[in-house]
Design a protein around this ligand. Structure first.
Ligand SMILES: *[C@@H]1O[C@H](CO)[C@@H](O)[C@H](O)[C@H]1NC(C)=O
Ligand SMILES: *[C@@H]1O[C@H](CO)[C@@H](O)[C@H](O)[C@H]1NC(C)=O
Ligand SMILES: *[C@@H]1O[C@H](CO)[C@@H](O)[C@H](O)[C@H]1NC(C)=O
Ligand SMILES: *[C@@H]1O[C@H](CO)[C@@H](O)[C@H](O)[C@H]1NC(C)=O
Ligand SMILES: *[C@@H]1O[C@H](CO)[C@@H](O)[C@H](O)[C@H]1NC(C)=O
Ligand SMILES: *[C@@H]1O[C@H](CO)[C@@H](O)[C@H](O)[C@H]1NC(C)=O
Length: 416
């Protein structure tokens, strides 16, 4: 006798429970810091010179050590204990971090989740170098587009670079649906753009989105895309908002004609709308586009333990054997593959799903927020209903996504 749910239950489990759906709406109601107060390092590329500043621009060199071997699949590998060299920043050293992700400050007793390093099987990832990344971003805009998972990648990237920027030369401002981090000395921006479905929807307001009601306009993207025009580096992601029910209300064409679509059908149409924009608007010579695959959830512990009815709560170690949770829908993954495969414009895939699947220990669990508030003591004692097994603690797993993005971007400077 096992506690394994029947196939019927599994199908239901595939859907995100309503209580958890509320987690998707967090996080934007924040006070934004205008400048950072805790940075110590000064930028070595600026030297005072007779009252002004002379800019010395080092070329971006890729050492042998930083070179990713041709043909190496950096998304295949394992997590290894990093023994001291991780995390790459701390909750304290990054004042921008929002309460939703500062799990230590919120009472998480263990911190080992911060100390794992992703080790690809066939090669090494270059060590993250904030100065090099900023040099890559000089006079450019990097924009992350998507939902709150994607926002944590933005938060992570800002934390990864902000400590090397001179005080007073960096700023973070909110311009809904965007968040914009500026590094003045580099004339560089790191931005987040809220578009949980990529195409237009009634959930597009950065703070006041509908909680359980969803209505997607499968053929409309221009309200968003006009703000993506000309952005030098774009990183797209969209998944978890689609996954609330097997069907979703949507329109195609006539806004009065609302219809329930199978989620997979709707996702394919929306991805095709996005792809059409990519093909007509991206200039491959001056712009780089990435698509990030789904961030996995760890909502049902029976999937990795074969017993019990828990979730990610209390998990302290990555999964160390082959694992793929049912939350990462393979049909949806197939749609991403098809759509990207059919593009004439080069969109690079950041296939972070498998590596993140192993990280059942990395989620905010009960050390996060719900509807903009930290959990109460009573709620913390009820992880079954309150643990957030969708979002990640920072420092944590999204840092690895950025290390990979950095590693890939860096390769473009090989031999230059
Ligand atoms: C860290 O230490 C563990 C245990 O001592 C060891 O197995 C692992 O290989 C070390 N990791 C690295 C990256 O050196
Ligand atoms: C600053 O960066 C923007 C793009 O983000 C670019 O259009 C502009 O020319 C840059 N300014 C300077 C002075 O290089
Ligand atoms: C897109 O913009 C138009 C014009 O501003 C507006 O009427 C429409 O409601 C917007 N669409 C969505 C989904 O917000
Ligand atoms: C679609 O909209 C109708 C009418 O508002 C509603 O009754 C139905 O539950 C909605 N379907 C979904 C999947 O949300
Ligand atoms: C929608 O999903 C149901 C159940 O999975 C399936 O029977 C049906 O054929 C699908 N419809 C379309 C249009 O794909
Ligand atoms: C991403 O990687 C997984 C295996 O790790 C694979 O099954 C999936 O097809 C890949 N996704 C795409 C879009 O290629």
């Amino acid at each position: 006798m096992t506690n394994l749910p029947s196939p019927e239950d599994r199908r239901n489990h595939y859907l995100i429970p309503a209580a958890l759906a509320s987690l998707l709406f967090l996080g934007s109601l924040r006070i934004f810091l205008d400048t950072f107060k805790n940075s110590h390092q000064t930028c070595p590329f600026f030297r005072p010179q007779s009252g002004g500043y002379r800019v010395i621009r080092p070329p971006i060199r890729v050492s042998d050590e930083e070179t990713i071997k041709d043909g190496c699949n950096i998304f295949e590998g394992k997590w290894v204990q990093a023994n001291g060299s991780y995390p790459l920043y701390t909750e304290e050293s990054c004042p921008l971090l929002v309460k939703q992700v500062t799990c230590q400050k919120n009472g998480r007793p263990d911190s080992s989740y911060q100390k794992w390093k992703w080790q690809p099987d066939g090669c090494n990832l270059p060590r993250f170098n904030a100065l090099k990344l900023l040099e890559i971003l000089r006079d450019k805009r990097l924009m992350f587009v998507g939902d709150s998972v994607q926002r944590s990648m933005f938060d992570s990237m800002v934390c990864l670079v902000q400590s090397v920027i001179t005080e007073g030369k960096k700023s973070l401002r909110k311009q809904p649906p965007r968040k914009i981090f500026r590094a003045e000395e580099y004339n560089a921006s790191i931005e987040f753009y809220w578009a949980p479905f990529l195409v237009e929807s009634i959930s597009d307001h950065a703070t006041k989105h509908t909680v359980l009601k969803r209505l997607v306009r499968l053929d409309s993207i221009s309200n968003h895309s006009k703000q993506w025009e000309g952005v030098d580096l774009l990183v797209f992601e969209s998944y978890v908002w689609w996954m609330y029910k097997p069907v979703i209300n949507a329109t195609y064409g006539d806004l009065k004609h609302v219809q329930e679509y199978n989620v997979t059908t709707a996702y394919r149409i929306a991805m095709e709308t996005w792809a059409k924009w990519i093909e007509t608007s991206i200039n491959s010579r001056s712009q780089k586009v990435f698509f990030m695959t789904m961030s996995p959830t760890h909502l049902w512990s029976w999937e990795w333990k074969n017993e019990g009815d828990g979730n990610c709560y209390g998990e302290r170690e990555p999964i160390k054997r082959p694992y793929w949770g049912t939350g990462s829908n393979v049909d949806m993954m197939g749609i991403v593959k098809d759509v990207l495969g059919g593009l004439r414009v080069n969109v690079r895939l950041l296939n972070i799903t498998q590596l993140s699947e192993y990280r059942k220990d990395g989620h905010a669990s009960v050390y996060g927020e719900r509807r903009g508030k930290l959990l109460t003591k009573e709620q913390r004692l009820d992880p079954k209903n309150y643990a957030d097994c969708i979002h990640w603690c920072l420092p944590g797993v999204p840092d690895t996504w950025n290390e990979i993005l950095y590693g890939v971007l860096l390769q473009d400077y090989r031999g230059s």
